[in-house]
Structure formats: C-alpha cells, structure tokens
Design a protein around this ligand. Structure first.
Ligand SMILES: [Zn+2]
Length: 326
C-alpha cells in the first residue's frame, strides 16, 4: 500500500520536475519549519534504519550513529546526485526506513520531491543543511537565486551538518544521546583538524595559479574557505551542458594565467575538460590533467577516498601536487 502511494508521489514529481526544472525554489522554502523528529520504537534494541543520499552524508551518519544505526547509502562511487533517479529498490528501502538524511539544497534534484513527501508517509525526512545560517550559504548568480548545495567542501559548514545529524538521531533515539554526542564530537574534531590541513596546504600554491579548473562548479565553498579561485565549465548542476564559447573562454583564461593543470571529477564525464585542454593547446599553452578529484561522489568503498575525510585529503594533495611550483 505504502509502495503504491510512493509510486503515485513519484509520478507526480516526475511531472513537476519537468515543469519547474528552470525555476528552482530552494531559496523560497528555506523558512520552512525545522523537521519534527519524534522518538522511534527500537523493538528488541534493533538499530535505527536510516537511508542517506550522497556518500558524504552516508559517511557522516555512520560516524555519528555508530552501531546504534544501520545506514544505507543510495549513491555509490561515481554516482551523480544532480541526475540521480530513485529505483523501485530505493523506494522499498525508503519506505522501510525510520529516517532519510539528505542535502536538501536542490542537490538531489531528481528525487527531492520524493524525499520531501516521505514525511507524510511517516518516515523522518531530514535535510542536513537546515541548521546552516542562510547568510553562510553561497548563491552564485548563475544558479538563479538558489543556494549552492556543495557545502561539504567548507569543512566548517560540514561540522554544522554533523550537529544536525546528531540532534536528529538523539530525537529519534534519546537513549543513545551520550553515544551520539561522543561520536559527533570525535568526528567534528577530525573534520576541524583536516580543515587546518587544507588551509595550510592551499597556501603552498602560488596565488597566480591558485585556480581550480573542473568540469562543474562544485568547488565554490572550497574556494571561498581556502583562498582559491574556481572555474567550472558546467555550472553548479551537471544538468546543463558547456557550450563551445564556454570552452574557448576557459581556455583563454587558462592560457593567460599560465595555469599548469586542470582536474577531472570522478562523477562527471571528462570530455568537456579534454576539450578545454585542446583549446588551450591551440593557443600554444600546455595544460595537463592534474588528476582525478572527488566532487559529488566519493571514491570506492574500502579505499581512503571512499571516506569523507579521505576524499578531502586526496583532493587537496592532488591539487597542490599539480599546481604548486617546485
Ligand atoms: Zn555538483
């Protein structure tokens, strides 16, 4: 019965996504009341059943939840959250969950309607970015008034989302309060250490070439916090495509500034970046691929890059290695 209801919701959402794809409403909905989260019955001491959308959110919920929470991540390595659509298996998992944790700033554009409406079906639906002061969010002009969702690249902002996850878990499972608090504190302290590391490493790059060129605009928060410039070809969502003019403009910028390397993202096809490299070559400037960095998806499970802390460290190390002059 519940499955049918969710499928009906999905069908309605599919229609509304087509109609409203160009008029994002995230900014308008930011005054929504905080999610009401009630205690969940954990019969027989069973773990809380939680679904999380992106790898970064899944990782944070795992850290804070510890063994009191069973987390299923919807989006694995290489999966692009902007384009993600829910499968029937996902729907089954979502309907069986106590809660779903998601970004909420229009990142999961293809399933946000489903996630919003889960609340009506008795599943706690928690947007982890809700407690971030809207003043701290970026709203670049090219995103038509909506907020940039890639907040995990500002490690200070990400600590706030860890707190939101902690508070939601405590509200659902008050008996676990001490454990959730201790886990969150431990994780936030690791995030803070890494924040200092990223800051100091970024300064190793000469200011003139401290520019991160990637396929899509995922790194505005990163740039903002760590003193880098960013140039993305595709805009904030991967839904839009780069034009020939975009490619030429970026190639000109790279050539003029003498930028030695550009980067590919694990979850975005690299043709557009290759086109920029060729366009720069045609202008007589050699620019190489500085490596693969992780933007919206994390690395393979079981590798360091398959964790949030590991992917951030990998990114900054790769960027510094390619851009810092010896
Ligand atoms: Zn993105």
């Amino acid at each position: 019965m519940r499955t049918l209801r969710i499928l009906a919701v999905l069908a309605a959402v599919a229609v509304s996504v087509v109609v409203t794809a160009c008029e994002d409403t995230s900014v308008q909905t930011d005054t929504d009341a905080k999610h009401r989260v009630a205690p969940v019955s954990r019969e027989g001491g069973r773990p809380l059943r939680v679904v999380a959308t992106t790898g970064q959110i899944t990782d944070a919920v795992r850290h804070v939840g510890g063994d009191r929470v069973e987390v299923h991540g919807l989006m694995g390595p290489g999966v692009d959250p902007h384009l993600y659509r829910a499968s029937e298996r996902d729907i089954t998992r979502l309907e069986a969950a106590d809660a779903v944790f998601w970004n909420g700033l229009h990142l999961e554009a293809g399933i946000s309607g489903v996630l919003e409406r889960l609340a009506e079906l008795g599943v706690h639906s928690i947007r982890v970015t809700d407690d971030i002061d809207r003043q701290l969010l970026l709203a670049p002009p090219e995103f038509n008034g909506a907020y940039d969702p890639h907040v995990w690249f500002d490690l200070d902002l990400w600590s706030i989302t860890v707190g939101t996850i902690r508070d939601a878990l405590i509200a659902m499972d008050p008996e676990g309060t001490a454990s959730y608090r201790a886990n969150a504190d431990a994780f936030i302290s690791q995030v803070r250490d890494l924040d200092s590391y990223v800051k100091s490493r970024a300064m190793e790059i000469d200011e003139r070439v401290r520019v991160l060129v990637t396929a899509h605009d995922a790194f505005n928060y990163f740039a903002n916090r760590y003193g880098m410039e960013v140039r993305g070809l595709q805009g904030i969502s991967t839904e839009s495509e780069a034009s020939t003019a975009d490619v030429q403009q970026l190639a000109q910028f790279i050539s003029e500034r003498g930028i030695p390397a550009v980067f590919i993202e694990s979850s975005v096809p690299d043709q557009a970046v290759q086109a920029v490299i060729e366009a720069a070559a045609a202008r007589g400037h050699t620019v190489i691929i500085g490596g693969e960095i992780f933007s919206d998806a994390m690395g393979a499970q079981g590798t360091a890059e398959g964790t949030y802390l590991g992917m951030i460290r990998h990114n900054i190390d790769t960027i510094v290695e390619a851009l810092a002059q010896p």
